[in-house]
Design a protein around this ligand. Structure first.
Ligand code: ZN
Length: 479
């Protein structure tokens, strides 16, 4: 810290405004920390009074980095006379993929809701090492200091008041009771999570070169994404992974999307980081686990995926991770042989995968009425996508379609059972009880045969053989 010299009195527009106590600015320090330290060092009671000198009038100094992006020059003059130091610590809105509420986080786009402005969050041991607030402490999904691995403290342990940015008793002190936060009780995150938690935090570090090396260590497509997009993906996937059992419409998931990180901790962060690092095999495993949890509930793709289905909701914000999940889903669904009726939005436009077949091809290959197929197509389990290409052509899993038609060819309908066995329809329940009438298991074959019901042919044939075989006695009787 460089102590320059102080002159008084200081008044608004004073020609002496540069003759304040000047401070070094560590590269990781946030703007509000710098303003707070400078303000305290110059014996101002409040940051807003200090900022008043610049003509930047505000009652919410904690939001200056977001709202007063026009005031670089006066703030720079007040603090250092270097515009660059202020400029790179501002978070103006940026246009990124047309998304709402994205700001510039030290050169990478990040949703504003990921950044905590109001609460002062500190790591006591980092404050002991060097008394300033690190920008990384503002990242809301990081509940710990990426440098000390201590859990961040945002409430005074002595007076229980929230820590904020309105008064300037000193950057290491509680502004309510004035006690030092350097020895505030806290704990470190579990040792086994630190390597991955630290790696996840480096993805959103305020130093671009740290971000670049963190992102380069990840597999494609993440290694050519914006670091901010990668960090959003880590958080979103971590949340989904830990809440996989929830339905995709769950209020907890919606709250998270709206910036409520209450249930998000280092375990979620690490889970998300591990999915990203092990992409794409981790994604297939995630889908498999989701389906295992929800398969019994429904046959709709979104619901079958539990929390993961939130990415397939048409109104979902088109973030990079949402689009990636939508792109990857058809191939994963194919490889897992999921019985899927897809949501229209579930898939991106793309080329046809091998092993897919259209309604028209089914009609000609299996010689069925295309009108009839169009009627039932939506309820077939072999339907993979309804909008794989721009015209909205429906595509089916060719192997499953084949199996359905083979099953149907080897089954027997109610009507034929009656005529073959010479029984009347009211007798059928008795045959069912005797396990002679067994409905076929293939869902698609049943749909294709509806409204006729179809049954397995084999038990019927066995019975027919026994009923109508010439008896031994008849055969052995002499002519
Ligand atoms: Zn206090």
């Amino acid at each position: 810290m460089t102590l320059a010299y102080r002159l008084s009195p200081l008044s608004k527009g004073s020609p002496h405004r540069r003759l304040l106590v000047q401070l070094d600015c560590p590269v990781q320090e946030s703007l509000i920390s710098l303003i707070t330290r400078a303000s305290a060092a110059n014996a101002f009671d409040r940051q807003s009074q200090f900022l008043d000198l610049t003509g930047v009038e505000t009652r919410r100094p904690e939001f200056v980095a977001f709202t007063r992006t026009d005031a670089v020059a006066p703030i720079a003059e007040l603090l250092f006379g270097s515009k660059k130091i202020v400029q790179e610590r501002l978070h103006p809105r940026v246009d990124h993929r047309g998304l709402e509420g994205v700001v510039d986080w030290f050169g990478t786009p990040l949703p504003r809701r990921f950044i905590e402005a109001e609460r002062r969050r500190v790591s006591p041991s980092s404050l002991r090492k060097s008394a300033y607030c690190r920008s990384g402490w503002m990242i809301r999904p990081l509940t710990f200091c990426p440098y000390s691995f201590e859990r961040l403290v945002d409430r005074c342990p002595y007076c229980s008041r929230d820590l904020g940015w309105r008064r300037t008793r000193g950057i290491t002190l509680c502004e309510g009771c004035g006690k030092s936060l350097r020895r505030a009780p806290t704990s470190k995150i579990p040792f086994e999570l630190r390597a991955d938690a630290g790696a996840a935090a480096r993805v959103i570090d305020c130093r671009p070169e740290v971000r670049v090396s963190a992102v380069n260590a990840l597999p494609p497509p993440f290694n050519y994404w914006e670091a901010g997009d990668v960090f959003v993906a880590i958080c979103e996937l971590g949340m989904v992974e830990s809440r996989l059992a929830l339905p995709y419409r769950s209020p907890a998931l919606r709250a998270f999307s709206n910036g409520d990180f209450a249930g998000f901790d280092v375990e979620e962060l690490v889970a998300g980081y591990r999915i990203v690092r092990n992409w794409p095999t981790s994604f297939e495993a995630l889908v498999r686990r989701a389906v295992a949890m929800h398969e019994h509930e429904t046959q709709s793709l979104r619901s079958m995926l539990g929390a993961l289905g939130k990415f397939l909701v048409p109104s979902a914000s088109p973030t990079a991770i949402t689009q990636l999940v939508r792109e990857e889903m058809p191939a994963v669904a194919q490889s897992l042989k999921l019985p899927i009726k897809s949501a229209r939005s579930a898939f991106m436009e793309g080329g046809r995968e091998n092993g897919l077949i259209t309604i028209a091809e089914i009609a000609s290959q299996f010689q069925v009425d295309i009108k009839r197929l169009n009627q039932v197509g939506g309820s077939l389990h072999s339907l993979v996508t309804s909008s794989q290409c721009p015209r909205g052509v429906r595509l089916f899993d060719a192997a499953k379609v084949q199996a359905a038609f083979e099953t149907r060819a080897n089954a027997i309908s109610t009507r034929k059972v009656c005529s073959r066995l010479g029984v009347l329809p009211f007798m059928l329940p008795a045959l069912e009880e005797a396990d002679i009438l067994v409905e076929v298991g293939n869902h698609d074959a049943r749909v294709l045969s509806a409204p006729d019901q179809i049954y397995q042919l084999e038990p019927i044939e066995r019975l027919t053989a026994r009923l109508f075989a010439p008896t031994v006695a008849a055969q052995s009787m002499p002519p």
